[in-house]
Design a protein around this ligand. Structure first.
Ligand code: DX5
Ligand code: ZN
Length: 222
């Protein structure tokens, strides 16, 4: 029996009713809050920054999973720790000295994550896999919510699972982008431990029920 976690992406929340949406997640079967920080340089879009994260952590009662889509993330590691991030994920493509960045994140008491774009091979993580707490496999090109899922992701998750096992690593796998009830079971079967869902959750009429169903479907896999 798998134990796949669900992480609603706050990017798709109603910012005019942010506290309401955060309480919805608090009171649902969701496991984490997924927070997307975009700088308009690494990705074409700008999302939100520190003041909004501060407002979120004021009310959020679950794990804060921060996904940085920014260049030079090292500059902000201490600040995100101070703001209450439990997991801090940086992009492989944005880090020249990834190993050093991972150590710096852990030194601040956070779990260290590495995100990879759809074109980045999971094999590139082999030499640092034992230093990574979480690999975030992007299943869309980062920058926007509401895009369609890239099917090649299943293969990448399977290969990553293999690399983790071969190295006796404890790394967990998160999949982010275009997650719905149509791909959740297959993602979980391929080896995903955490599924991020933005539009699928927040555009739904009954959001807690949608989270509950998604979790049930994800955990119905072998
Ligand atoms: C995209 C972000 C995702 C996004 C997912 O760059 O990393 O977390 O919010 O949104 P959906 O689930 O709508 O694809
Ligand atoms: Zn994300």
């Amino acid at each position: 029996m798998s134990n796949t976690l669900i992480a609603p992406s706050v990017l798709a929340a109603d910012f005019g009713n942010l506290q309401r949406d955060i309480e919805m997640v608090n009171n649902s079967e969701a496991d984490w809050f997924h927070i997307d920080i975009m700088d308009g340089v690494f990705v074409p879009n700008i999302s939100y920054g520190m003041p909004v994260l501060k407002a979120i952590t004021l009310h959020a009662k679950k794990t804060i999973d921060v996904h940085l889509m920014i260049v030079d993330p090292d500059r902000y590691i201490k600040e995100f720790a101070r703001l209450g991030a439990d997991i801090l994920t940086v992009h492989y493509e944005a880090c020249t000295h990834l190993h050093r960045t991972l150590q710096a994140i852990k030194a601040e008491g956070m779990k260290a994550g590495v995100a990879i774009n759809p074109h980045t091979s999971v094999d590139l993580l082999k030499d640092v896999i034992n230093d990574i707490d979480l690999v975030l496999v992007m299943s869309v090109n980062p920058g926007f919510g509401g895009q369609s899922f890239i099917e090649n992701t299943f293969k990448k998750v399977q290969r990553l699972k293999q690399i983790i096992a071969e190295n006796n690593a404890k790394t967990i796998i998160e999949v982010d982008g275009g997650v719905t009830d149509k791909n959740a079971a297959e993602l979980s079967a391929a080896g995903a431990d955490v599924l991020v869902a933005g539009s699928f959750v927040f555009k739904a009429e009954d959001q807690p029920e949608t989270i509950k169903n998604l979790k049930k479907i994800a955990n119905s896999a072998e």
